[in-house]
Design a protein around this ligand. Structure first.
Ligand code: GLY
Ligand code: MN
Ligand code: MN
Length: 443
């Protein structure tokens, strides 16, 4: 996960989340590694909420926060000498207490016995509203226990609520430690994109770039990719979530790389599009310049009070103007926007929240249903693209099968924004120079 923020940071986060709970109790689990095949597992990644609140990468851990005595209780696996030889070290309750500063720590084997008392008398409990979720199941069992004991004076919660009310609100607002981890994730990502370009040569394959990228993530101390890296050459770049990364790299094609590192539980999310042989062809450059103008127009609109639909609308207008100029859509521009004709080439939204999850939590709407205004310390992406399909006779041959996306990570500041990914080249001349440098370094 990279180096963890200090335990004081996590204690402050727990306090702030607790302040949002009112009389409610929040139950958060770390989860465990899913099975990969038979008896082997995917690497363990703690649930984003659990890690955000504890800094512990501890499988099966459960954190309970609320207005009970002490305000917080942690459950972790007990020490077990034999299991630790096979599966790795465990802090156990003592170690977890020392690492987190949480006073009440018990074995997770005692969760079912202890949870009813933590929920007793509280009307509301926040737990994952996901069918089959083990934390939800544990909460429902505890509620059942309390209900059976109501005649003896115990009182079961009446409501189970989505935890992303309080947790989403807190995670949306990046504290200094979250921002610092995010900046590190971004710096590692920008450097890795640059290094990976050395593997981008016609005659090679997409997976060589993926290997270089992800190797650079780990070499720099990141946990690894924050999401499935997309390395897409030629018309593979018109598939939005292309993750096979096994296609060939051909002269004259563009290469789209959408990959970000995860560091100390925070995700970077960066896309750049490069000419594989170092020069954009004229038609590619024209299309690229449209996406770049849209990216810059979207970023220019990021400030406190702006909304994501406003940013998207700005981006759509610039893209629509470009599509009309290039003859890919028939004007007027207003009609292209109104009829959504641009969607043939731009079918996704422009922005999402970014943080512990690449598509981060936090409500996109206010309680009245209107779009949520941005606030300082929110982090969003701005990621316009144009995806021109192959195999369509109505499209000029030099553009058919071309996908371009330019994605930046943008911090909302008190008076505007800061582009966290600004160090990644994106102007045509800069990108061409970057590819040329990577080539020179290789030969
Ligand atoms: N890489 C996922 C996204 O850009 O949203
Ligand atoms: Mn994104
Ligand atoms: Mn992305």
């Amino acid at each position: 996960m990279g180096r963890a923020a200090s335990k004081e940071v996590h204690a402050q986060r727990r306090q702030r989340v607790r302040d949002r709970l009112g009389d409610g109790v929040l139950v958060v689990g770390a989860g465990h590694a899913p099975v990969r095949s038979r008896d082997t597992h995917y690497p363990f990644r703690p649930g984003s909420d659990f890690y955000y609140l504890t800094g512990l990468a501890e499988p099966e851990g459960v954190l309970v926060l609320g207005a009970f005595e002490g305000g917080e209780m942690l459950f972790v696996r007990p020490r077990d000498a034999e299991a630790e030889v096979w599966d790795g070290r465990r802090p156990g309750p003592e170690g977890a207490r020392a690492r987190t500063g949480i006073e009440k720590v018990a074995s997770v084997r005692d969760l079912a016995d202890r949870l009813p008392s933590l929920l007793d008398g509280h009307r509301l409990v926040y737990a994952p509203l996901v069918p089959g979720d083990p934390i939800l199941a544990a909460v429902l069992r505890a509620i059942e226990v309390l209900r059976r004991q109501e005649r003896s004076g115990r009182r079961a919660p009446a409501t189970v609520a989505d935890p992303y009310g309080p947790l989403g609100e807190e995670r949306l607002r990046k504290d200094a430690a979250a921002l610092s981890a995010l900046r590190t994730a971004v710096a590692i990502t920008v450097e890795a994109h640059d290094r990976a370009l050395a593997a981008a040569r016609p005659g090679g394959h997409e997976y060589q770039i993926q290997a270089a990228l992800e190797g650079a993530f780990r070499a720099a101390g990141a946990a690894g990719p924050a999401y499935g890296s997309i390395v897409a050459a030629g018309d593979n770049a018109t598939i939005l979530h292309y993750v096979e990364n096994d296609g060939p790299l051909r002269t004259g094609e563009l290469l789209l790389v959408d990959a970000g590192a995860e560091y100390d539980g925070m995700a970077a999310d960066l896309t750049r599009t490069y000419p594989l042989d170092g020069r954009f062809r004229p038609a590619q450059r024209d299309l690229y310049e449209v996406v770049l103008r849209a990216n810059e127009a979207g970023i220019a609109a990021v400030r406190p009070g702006a909304t994501l639909p406003e940013i998207h609308d700005r981006v759509v207008r610039v893209l629509a103007e470009g599509l009309v100029d290039l003859g890919l859509c028939e004007g007027p521009v207003d009609a292209v926007v109104e009829t959504k004709a641009y969607r043939r080439f731009y079918m996704h939204r422009t922005s999402h929240f970014l943080g512990a999850d690449v598509h981060d939590v936090g409500s996109y709407r206010l309680a009245d249903g209107t779009p949520r205004p941005l606030e300082p310390t929110f982090v969003i992406t701005v990621e316009p693209g144009l995806y021109v399909p192959a195999g369509d006779d109505s499209i000029p041959a030099e553009l058919a099968g071309t996908g371009i996306r330019i994605e930046d990570d943008v911090l909302v500041t008190a008076d505007g924004h800061e582009v966290l990914t600004a160090a990644a080249p994106k102007a045509v001349s800069e990108v061409e120079a970057q590819v040329a440098r990577a080539r020179a370094a290789r030969s």
